[in-house]
Design a protein around this ligand. Structure first.
Ligand SMILES: [Fe+2]
Length: 247
């Protein structure tokens, strides 16, 4: 775990499957342009591209005050506030700013709760007060119509996430992922697509139907944010703006 500003024997050795996945996919590069053959770009209906694209990711051109947010996210990590996130990983930690609680970092089913709790019972959590700049940015700049789960996600040095998919289809993009930092040596790799072009302050919609894995081969924690909820018209228009060059 992360205690007293440093790691304590937590990330276990990377799994053979994760290592092999990286060996096979890390340096792949495919052309993203024109993948959807221009068929999905519709200025009046962003959902067409959002729900049907085959792109592995779409950049979202929204400003991210990543240095301020990193200070808040790292402070919570340094002071032991994150919780271990899920199996098939090591050194992967999470905390909710908005959600069912700060430690309910998974879907309701994982806690034996009804699915609708995600929608009905999500609110700003007790830790929101400890990250005021992040909250202000969410309210004023990101402007989702409705947030459900919004989380800081940390991958500790030597931490890893086993290759997995988060949905059973490859059409359309899922959650929003924001790189608050992205230490050199930490990569999200997608099957057949290679390394995602994360830099600090870059926001993406990710097609989590493609198999993907993360491995932090740096000596710093990697902090990202994941947004779930209803994007609303403003945010969708920004996704479409990011999609347009690839249409
Ligand atoms: Fe995932």
């Amino acid at each position: 775990m992360w205690v007293d500003h440093g790691p304590v024997h937590y990330p276990t050795k990377v799994s053979d499957r994760t290592r092999k996945f990286f060996e096979e996919n890390e340096f792949k590069q495919k052309n993203l342009f024109g993948l959807d053959k221009g068929l999905l770009y519709d200025e009046d209906e962003p959902n067409t591209a959002i729900d049907k694209t085959l792109l592995p990711w779409i950049p979202v051109p929204i400003e991210v005050p990543h240095e301020d947010i990193l200070k808040e996210g790292m402070h919570l990590l340094d002071t032991g506030c994150y919780t271990a996130h899920r199996p098939d990983s090591s050194g992967w930690l999470s905390i909710c700013i908005h959600g069912m609680s700060s430690v309910h970092t998974n879907v309701p089913e994982d806690y034996g709760l009804p699915d609708e709790w995600e929608d009905d019972e999500s609110d700003w959590t007790d830790i929101a007060r400890y990250c005021p700049k992040t909250v202000e940015w969410m309210r004023e700049v990101v402007r989702y119509e409705k947030y459900t789960r919004v989380r800081f996600m940390a991958v500790l040095p030597d931490g890893w996430l086993m290759p997995h998919v988060d949905r059973n289809r490859i059409h359309g993009v899922g959650a929003t992922n924001v790189a608050i930092n992205n230490p050199e040596g930490c990569k999200l790799v997608m099957k057949d697509w290679g390394e995602m072009p994360f830099d600090p302050g870059k926001m993406f919609k990710i097609n989590t139907g493609y198999e993907h894995a993360v491995w932090n081969r740096s000596d710093e924690p990697r902090i990202h944010m994941i947004f779930d909820g209803d994007m609303g018209d403003y945010f969708k228009s920004k996704v479409l703006e990011g999609y347009k060059p690839y249409a």
